[in-house]
Design a protein around this ligand. Structure first.
Ligand SMILES: NC(=O)c1ccc[n+]([C@@H]2O[C@H](COP(=O)([O-])OP(=O)(O)OC[C@H]3O[C@@H](n4cnc5c(N)ncnc54)[C@H](OP(=O)(O)O)[C@@H]3O)[C@@H](O)[C@H]2O)c1
Length: 223
């Protein structure tokens, strides 16, 4: 699990433990003993080696990482707000980093039997569903992520027909990422509830879902 100390990531570690579906849940974070930083490919490769060295088959790789805002950068309201630095950071964390996770972790999935690589995307990244505009960097980086997942899924199916690679939308969840927007009347769900629903979706995945963009109830979302 990458991003194991985020709002949803923390709840996912607990929900995966509670599910009893896995022998061991390993939380990877940027600040941990073996730090996984999406901006540093060597740290991603080292984390993958650490997982391989456990000797346990990797049944699930879950990425709960992501970037929407920080102290300096807020989602854009208009094209006037677009900056190269903001867009570069969004793409680095939301698209390029997960592409590197796919590069280093997909080869660890077993060649036979069900195994899942799931990454948290966002419905806001859906091009077909975009009716409000704004949030250019986040939307575009999540749309790129969805394409990266879809592309990886096709390659994955060639060597691991039972494996599944998906992008998941967790819904609007009460975390530091969504906090600044909560006051604008968004209905927020508790991270524990969201995590339990996501674990349910993962449990129900079949190879038919490989390459899909799914909501937290397991239904397909428009690209
Ligand atoms: N919350 C929502 O309503 C919502 C809605 C739709 C989609 N999502 C998606 O769900 C995912 C998780 O969101 P969240 O709400 O749990 O956000 P969060 O609480 O802000 O957690 C974000 C996580 O990403 C990690 N991260 C950021 N940059 C990183 C980097 N360079 N290297 C490694 N880890 C990095 C953070 O680690 P640090 O602690 O080290 O910063 C943290 O663990 C995101 O992809 C988000 O886009 C959330």
């Amino acid at each position: 699990m990458a991003g194991a100390d985020g709002g949803i990531g923390t709840a996912m570690v607990a929900a995966l433990d509670e599910s009893g579906m896995f022998t061991r849940v390993l939380g990877l974070t940027r600040g941990g003993e073996a730090p996984l930083d999406l901006n540093d490919e060597r740290s991603i490769a080292a984390a993958a080696r650490q997982v391989a060295e456990t000797g346990l088959p990797l049944r699930l790789m879950f990425a709960a990482t992501g970037f929407l805002h920080d102290g300096e950068m807020q989602p854009e309201r208009s094209l006037r707000d677009v900056s190269p630095a903001h867009m570069a950071k969004a793409f680095a964390v939301n698209a390029i980093g997960p592409a590197l996770l796919l590069k280093h972790f997909l080869p660890l999935l077993p060649r036979t039997s069900k195994a899942v690589f799931a990454v948290l995307s966002a419905k806001v990244g859906s091009i077909g569903d975009n009716r409000l505009g704004g949030w250019h960097s986040y939307r575009a980086s999540k749309a790129a992520l969805n394409q990266i997942v879809r592309t990886a899924s096709i390659e994955l199916a060639r060597t691991r027909p039972d494996a599944i690679c998906v992008a998941l939308h967790p819904g609007t969840v009460d975390t530091p990422l969504s906090a600044p927007f909560a006051k604008r009347g968004l209905a927020l769900r508790a991270p524990d509830d969201a995590a339990r629903q996501i674990v349910g979706v993962i449990a129900g995945l079949t190879p038919r879902n490989n390459g899909a963009f799914l909501g937290y109830r397991g239904s397909e979302l428009p690209w």
